[in-house]
Design a protein around this ligand. Structure first.
Ligand code: NAP
Length: 455
């Protein structure tokens, strides 16, 4: 494993958080200032007083070069290590650099100024140094750990970051699984943060999860597709509220060290759907959404809409009792939701389309390999002129449903933006950080369009 290099101003918690985390994970811990003192046989205040700052900086550069030879150590650096590019070049080459960002007020409360040679000018000097170096800390950091709460919270967070870097293995489980695009979608993102992550397709049939549980716990995380989105639930230690309400999980993050690893479940399809609308320029707040189908994808969208958005929802299903059951379940779990259910008939489609802003196909009709097409798509012309259409299917890229909608002049998108966005939400959960979603949406789209990244 690469070293973990902690940078940040004096008093940000590099040493105290670093030593506790290293102890918990049985990793070697090195405090760079103490290392320099041992090597020189002199305390740092004395070194500054007798030899001057330049001498100390040279010692620091030598220490950075030597410590960069380590493997898997947690290294707490001095606050000024970022002043020389060569220091960070050496440490960054063999380590992951974490900036421990702490509010200046908290630092000022804790730091004992009298032992710090650079703080002879008092507390004001510390703020001056912090603002001078802040850009360097940010610029050199692979990621930022915000230390604004308890020390224990920061230790937990650092332990999680080390786990992510030390264990960059992921998978997608399903049956069938051969067709899955998951590796092509996740790897272009994860590899930018984790060097050389692995992402495998695992063929796991119905009821197969228990046999793979130990193997799965050793991953950083995994995605689930048919038929496992519900079957995984008994093996989870916790779930997001959205996943719990919807009763479906498509992303699992494994946390905790050693044999005590636990699984936490999330659902990202709903957020992926609304991000897709947003990135396609389709407004949805305060709008009326009509969903055709009441299966897993429809449920994810409906629960997300009810929990996070102001949207009036209609669900049409060929099985009217399935749609009504979903309506009752939503009203029971999230009272006062604006939702109705109806049968998926030509008459209902015509009459509801008139009062719809966004029409969504969440049935597999029109999908490659599915032997079923719409009897008639005339109902699409009943949508208001500024209505939009979304088909969750992405293969083929243009279904008959979309072709007709576009032919009538409606804004229409396929399921690919949703597929990519739901994966980006999962990647943020895996990495435990926010990423630039627009940048990665474009990157993954390019990879998929060019056919790169297939394995
Ligand atoms: P699902 O759980 O099997 O649900 C399918 C729904 O469609 C059910 O309500 C089903 O009704 C209905 N249906 C099936 N065949 C039908 C037909 N011939 N006529 C009318 N209704 C029919 O599947 P899902 O996971 O929700 O997926 C639905 C579609 O969304 C699929 O095409 C899938 O590929 C796509 N999807 C896309 C994304 C993405 O990221 N773009 C994500 C998830 C799903 P019954 O209950 O009566 O069978």
């Amino acid at each position: 494993m690469k070293n973990i290099v902690l940078i940040g101003p004096m008093g940000c918690g590099k040493s105290s958080i670093g030593v506790k985390t290293a102890r918990r994970l049985s990793l070697e811990f090195i405090d760079m200032d103490r290392y320099i003192e041992q090597k020189s046989g002199m305390t740092i205040p004395r070194m500054f007083a007798e030899k001057g700052e330049n001498f100390f900086r040279d010692m620091e550069t030598r220490a950075a070069t030597e410590l960069a030879q380590k493997e898997g150590a947690v290294i707490a650096t001095g606050g000024g290590v970022v002043l020389r590019e060569e220091n960070m070049g050496a440490l960054g080459e063999t380590g992951r650099v974490i900036f421990i960002e702490r509010p200046l007020g908290d630092i000022l409360n804790d730091v004992d100024i009298k032992d710090r040679p650079l703080l002879k000018g008092g507390a004001g000097k510390l703020s001056e140094i912090y603002s001078q170096r802040y850009g360097l800390y940010r610029g050199y950091a692979d990621r930022v750990l915000y230390n604004g709460g308890t020390e224990q919270a920061a230790v937990n967070k650092l332990a999680e970051i080390i786990d992510i870097y030390g264990n960059p293995r992921f998978a997608v489980l399903g049956d069938p699984i051969e067709h899955s695009k998951s590796p092509e979608i996740h790897l272009p993102v994860l590899s930018d943060f984790l060097g050389e992550p692995r992402y495998e397709k695992m063929h796991v049939g119905v009821g197969g999860i228990p046999r793979y549980l130990d193997e799965l716990k050793n991953l950083r995380g995994f995605n689930l597709t048919m038929p496992h989105k519900r079957d995984i639930i008994p093996y989870l230690s916790g779930m997001s509220r959205e996943a719990e309400l919807g009763g479906s999980v498509n992303t699992v993050v494994c946390r905790g060290g050693g044999g005590g690893r636990e699984l936490f479940g999330y659902t990202t399809d709903g957020e992926g759907f609304f991000s897709a609308l947003q990135s396609s320029g389709i407004p949805f707040e305060g709008k009326r959404l009509l969903i055709l189908g009441s299966g897993g994808a429809a449920r994810a969208i409906v629960f997300r809409a009810c929990l996070f958005h102001d949207i009036k929802i209609g669900v049409l299903s060929r099985n009217s009792s399935a749609a009504e059951a979903l309506e009752s379940e939503i009203l029971y779990k999230i009272p006062n939701t604006d939702i109705f259910a109806d049968i998926l008939s030509p008459e209902a489609l015509e009459s509801h389309a008139v009062e719809t802003d966004i029409l969504v196909n969440a049935t597999p009709q029109g999908m490659t390999g599915v032997d079923s097409e719409w009897d008639s798509l005339d109902f699409i012309r009943a949508l208001p002129r500024d209505g939009a259409v979304c088909d969750l299917i992405y293969s083929p890229a243009e279904t008959e449903f979309l072709k007709v909608a576009r032919g009538l002049g409606y804004k229409a998108i396929n399921g690919l933006p949703m597929l990519i966005h739901q994966a980006l939400v999962a990647d943020e959960l895996y990495l435990d950080m926010e990423i630039d979603r627009q940048f990665y949406f474009e990157k993954v789209s390019r990879v998929l369009n060019s056919g790169e990244g297939k394995n």
